[in-house]
Design a protein around this ligand. Structure first.
Ligand code: HEC
Length: 116
């Protein structure tokens, strides 16, 4: 009996540990994933598709216009970590994209930088 309790406990701890790092939920989700994402090689063609689909509605096709009229291409090139955190955690004005994979975030930011 004790053995069953102990093994199911360690299993649930494992699930908690995994979901904490892979989904990026919570306030520090972006900071935790940023170092891994920063090391990936972006596929800018895939990033363009993602950007057009999810980001251009607010940031414009050029990354400089749209309702969020800030030069996000410039920001992404200058502060990789901050941009990754913004995409994962969002802000009061920008939705969170924590459900994107690490590679997708690297791709979309790689494309943004190419607009600079
Ligand atoms: C609903 C509108 C909206 C969408 C969709 C959106 N953003 Fe944003 N984003 C904003 C606004 C508004 C700001 C500036 C204000 C702020 O920082 O909260 C911003 C800021 C940023 C910044 C700059 C953060 C900084 O350091 O100042 C980056 C980088 C960024 N967005 C990337 C993206 C990417 C990549 C996507 C698509 C995956 C995306 N955004 C989708 C509204 C949006």
């Amino acid at each position: 009996m004790m053995k069953i309790v102990a093994s199911s406990l360690s299993l649930s701890l494992l699930v908690v540990a995994c979901s904490g790092t892979s989904t990026g939920t919570g306030t520090d989700g972006g900071a935790a994933r940023a170092p891994t994402i920063a090391k990936l090689t972006p596929n800018t063609a895939a990033g363009k598709t993602l950007y057009t689909d999810k980001c251009s509605i607010c940031h414009g096709n050029d990354g400089k216009s749209g309702s969020a009229a800030r030069n996000v291409a410039e920001i992404a090139a200058n502060s990789q970590t901050r941009s990754i955190e913004q995409v994962i955690s969002g802000s009061s004005e920008m939705p969170s994209f924590a459900n994107m994979t690490d590679q997708q975030i690297a791709d979309v930011l790689g494309y943004l930088k190419s607009l600079k």
